[in-house]
Design a binder for this molecule. Structure first.
Ligand SMILES: Cc1cc2nc3c(=O)[nH]c(=O)nc-3n(C[C@H](O)[C@H](O)[C@H](O)COP(=O)(O)OP(=O)(O)OC[C@H]3O[C@@H](n4cnc5c(N)ncnc54)[C@H](O)[C@@H]3O)c2cc1C
Length: 61
């Protein structure tokens, strides 16, 4: 899935789908050699971005 800088899932026209976030393997994975621990770190970073944005956008926030 394609996401923006706040981990919001984008539709076919690159517009965020309200309330839908993604992080981890569903937003893409490395192939071949890569720096150790970066897969888990990627999920962690985008998961935090998603949680932060979701909390900011919650009703009555
Ligand atoms: C053998 C191996 C070694 C690895 N070593 C490293 C490493 O050294 N360093 C590193 O950075 N990365 C490593 N990785 C990659 C890393 O583990 C993954 O990239 C990372 O765990 C992906 O996290 P995720 O949250 O996207 O997915 P997952 O960790 O797969 O989490 C998905 C979760 O969703 C749950 N789930 C699935 N379907 C449903 C459903 N319908 N309802 C509710 N829950 C559901 C699953 O049970 C699972 O707990 C390794 C992977 C493997 C397989």
């Amino acid at each position: 899935m394609k996401v923006d800088g706040q981990a919001r899932v984008l539709d076919a026209n690159d517009r965020p789908i309200p309330g839908l976030y993604a992080a981890g393997e569903v937003v893409g994975m490395y192939w071949g050699n890569y720096t150790g621990a970066t897969s888990v770190l990627k999920g962690l970073v985008f998961g935090r971005l998603a949680g932060t944005d979701a909390a900011r956008r919650r009703p009555n926030a």
